[in-house]
Ligand binder design. Structure first.
Ligand code: GRF
Length: 199
């Protein structure tokens, strides 16, 4: 039986699209099925991507204590929650109920360049400003703190000399699109075999 996945996204949804495409390519061999795409923004382009792929897409009220989201996830019998550009903190009640079953992708090598306010272009600006030679992509389990839970996978990306933050962002995003769908599939496969991470 497939692992029932919900993807939460607030924006353009390019990571969502990469997961949709990867799972579609695997067909019946995939251990995961996206059964819901949900957003805190009714106008999020990610919701249109879901609808175009025939996946139920819903906006929910993210201003409460997490009840609306928990009810939505329960209603769709979700096993695994995949954050893909979800710009809100996941409320504690949701983290409790889906403990160890929420993953996020971050466009940097956590624990560096993460935490509150460190998202999107800000991550790449900070990487360039720090003059480091390596950045990357992190997939991690979600806990109560921003960008904090156990790391599941990382992929390093070299920072090129005199590269702009925009150029770096594009190359890191390309890696996200390769890494995240495969990690989601791997987590689902491990879950199927009862090996899913417990932290
Ligand atoms: C990605 O860079 C992801 O790492 C971060 O937010 C961005 C979302 O982009 N969490 P998209 O909406 O998937 O295109």
């Amino acid at each position: 039986m497939s692992v029932r996945v919900a993807v939460l996204a607030s924006g353009r949804g390019s990571n969502l699209q990469s997961i949709i495409d990867h799972l579609a390519g695997l067909g019946d061999a995939s251990a995961a099925e996206i059964v819901l795409v949900a957003s805190n923004r009714a106008s999020a382009p990610a919701l249109d991507r879901a609808r175009s792929a025939g996946i139920p897409a819903e906006a929910f009220d993210s201003s409460d204590d997490g009840s609306a989201l928990v009810n939505l996830l329960r209603h769709h019998r979700i096993d695994l929650v995949v954050l893909a550009g979800y710009m809100k903190r996941v409320p504690s009640s949701v983290v409790r109920e889906y403990h160890g079953r929420i993953v996020n992708v971050h466009p940097g090598l956590l624990p560096e360049f993460g935490g509150p306010g460190m998202y999107g272009a800000k991550v790449h600006d900070a990487v360039i400003a720090a003059g480091v030679s390596t950045t990357g992509v992190t997939v991690h389990l979600v806990d109560d703190e921003y960008d904090h839970g156990p790391v599941v996978a990382q992929w390093r990306v070299p920072v090129r000399e005199s590269e702009t933050a925009e150029q770096l962002a594009a190359r890191v995003l390309e890696v996200e699109h390769l890494l995240y769908p495969r990690v989601v599939e791997m987590i689902a496969a491990l879950n199927d075999r009862k090996f899913f991470a417990d932290f």
